[in-house]
Design a protein around this ligand. Structure first.
Ligand code: NDP
Ligand code: MG
Ligand code: MG
Length: 333
């Protein structure tokens, strides 16, 4: 079983006298920065001007500065920028401003694991990753709770760095929920696998294929939308609260019988073999290389796919139906 750290295992005094730079004031940045400040830490913000996030940092009482200046002024530096921009920004504004003894942190290991960030001698690396979006990291903290988090030490990082990591996790509220020890490799590979195979890739394709099968068979798209997309939330909420067993306890016996008899015909040995292949491509760096190259080219294929996916019939049908459901806090992109 995993090693899990709680409040008593972490000591905020390890951050005493240290300046923490939070680079980026987005989802994670705004939450981690404010929680750390409320925990008594000295926090500065590296955030480019001219954006809503810059104004937000000012509204929250910070004096945002350039990323380069924040790195220069800090002892502990946490890169909370989108993963695909971290490599270039590291080369441009971070690398030459680090000093020996600094600790370079992140909340997702992609760039450390795949060699896009290779800190100089004397700079330890450390991951502290809340297992939830920034707004929850902030709102739970304000309520006196905290979102469970992960901690992982980079190659060769010292015991002192680990103590700083635990203190940081405590500062953002993580130890109130529990902090699971992992490695940069495990965090990165499982995160990518989960989003590709199950959470994002797997579920999206499953929904689209189910919807299309009904529509192709002559059923009304509105009906297909409700059955194959809308009701998914109900099921996921049951998973979230009580796992597979509670979902199956809550649905009808007919639905449960169909779950057992048809589910295994949808996720077949062929699907499982493909999952394994995807995992291998994550592990051997093929996925990361493709995504990095796509970014270097200005993301042409990525943007084209995004446009195509936004134009799907299920999106059009769903938009219209969601307008009928006034209780939904409807989002359009
Ligand atoms: P966001 O997209 O919410 O925030 C991005 C921040 O980076 C903004 O402040 C943005 O500023 C700035 N930024 C974007 N592009 C650039 C650039 N080219 N140069 C300088 N600054 C830039 O990121 P997240 O908080 O979602 O993600 C941060 C990290 O946290 C990632 O490693 C992610 O994997 C990890 N993480 C995220 C979770 C989540 O739920 N969101 C959960 C756990 C980990 P501007 O407004 O000017 O664009
Ligand atoms: Mg991810
Ligand atoms: Mg039904």
């Amino acid at each position: 079983a995993a090693t899990i750290y709680y409040e008593a295992d972490a000591d905020l005094s390890h951050l005493k006298g240290k300046t923490i730079a939070i680079l980026g004031y987005g989802s994670q940045g705004h939450a981690q920065a404010q929680n750390l400040r409320d925990s008594g830490c000295n926090v500065i913000i590296g955030q480019r001007p001219g954006s809503a996030n810059y104004d937000l940092a000012k509204d929250h009482g910070f004096e945002p500065m350039s990323i380069a200046d924040a790195v220069k002024a800090a002892d502990v530096i946490n890169i909370l920028l989108p993963d695909e921009v971290q490599g270039p920004v590291y080369q441009e504004a971070i690398k030459d401003n680090l000093s020996p003894g600094n600790i370079l942190m992140c909340s997702h290991g992609f760039n450390l694991h795949f060699g896009q960030i290779e800190p100089p001698q004397g700079v330890d690396t450390l991951l502290v990753a809340p297992k939830g979006p920034g707004h929850l990291v902030r709102s739970e903290f304000e309520k006196g709770g905290g979102v469970p988090s992960l901690i992982a030490l980079g190659d060769g990082a010292s015991e002192a760095t680990k103590q700083i990591g635990l203190a940081y996790a405590k500062g953002i509220g993580g130890t109130r929920g529990g902090v699971i020890e992992t490695t940069i490799a495990e965090e990165t590979e499982t995160d990518l696998f989960g989003e590709q195979v199950v959470l994002c890739g797997g579920v999206s394709e499953l929904v689209k294929a189910g919807f299309q099968t009904l529509v192709d068979a002559g059923y009304q798209p509105e009906m297909a939308y409700f059955e194959c997309m809308h009701e998914l939330k109900l099921i996921v909420d049951l998973f979230y609260e009580g796992g597979l067993s509670y979902m199956r306890y809550s649905i009808s016996n007919t639905a449960e019988y169909g779950d057992y008899s048809s589910g295994p015909r949808i996720v077949t040995d062929e699907t499982r073999a493909e999952m394994k292949k995807i995992l291998e491509e994550i592990q051997n760096g093929t996925f990361a290389r493709n995504w990095i190259l796509e970014n270097r080219a200005g993301t042409p294929g990525f943007k084209a796919t995004r446009r195509r996916e936004r134009a799907l019939q299920i999106e059009e049908v769903g938009r219209n139906l969601r307008r009928m459901m006034t209780w939904i806090d409807e989002k359009e992109v």
